[in-house]
Design a protein around this ligand. Sequence first.
Ligand code: F6R
Length: 273
Amino acid sequence: MLVLLEPDFAALSREAARIVASAVKSNPSLNLGLATGSTTLGMYAEIIRIYREESLDFSDVTTFNLDEYLGIAPDHPQSFHFFMRENFFRHINVHPSRTHIPDGMIAGNYEEYCSSYEQEIRSAGGIDLQILGIGRNGHIGFNEPASSLASRTRLKVLTSETIEDNRKFFIPGEKIPECAITMGIGTILDARRILILASGDMKADAVCNHQRTKALAQLLDRKKSHGRHRLLCSRFSAALCSREHQKIVRTRSQRNNIGLDLRRAGRRRPVED
Ligand code: F6R
């Protein structure tokens, strides 16, 4: 994995969009794995700009989203369906039948539904490029940091912390989702390329303490993945890493021959070499 430090959120978003755009240009029938969350917003806006100005063509692209709340209709403003439609899909020429987001309205037989989502990914030929955000505590999708590396798409009961965090987004008295459907870590790690985005000081611990999130540790440890995966983080995330965590970045990058690219990190060197 290549760890790239970007000066700020705008630069991180531009670089992420550039990676996605060049993947689509070199493979017009790309299978693109997508995430929601505030970190992805800048990237989506930048991809839309490239789409308009450089005629990026999404007509043959297939997308698979990571996750969706259970019990929330696609037109609910907090649903990930709504997020994707408003922030990305309706601005580009992706074919609606080629976009896949777990169905938050299924009731019962979740296992069967989740394995059918996995089957759809497999039938499409697997995910070529998976975009990921990372939560403050290191979660990916709705997989908590200690989730099994072998986990597949499944129903997850949300932690009370996540439920409480979400309360502010819902109208008082409205039912707040307690479960979600999420791709598993195993599903995510099957992607041929992975791009993780982390911005802001709130993500410092998740970014720097790789031991914390099994999936991140796995990506950084896998020599065979060298060069294929990217962790793009703003220097603010990395700058706040404790000395101990900086050491982890350093020794892991040395041991695994990970390129730690500080060129874009601005004048300050957030992670000491
Ligand atoms: C959402 C998802 C989550 C977010 C993560 C970061 O599809 O996969 O893992 O990426 O919670 O969210 P933000 O970017 O809002 O901090």
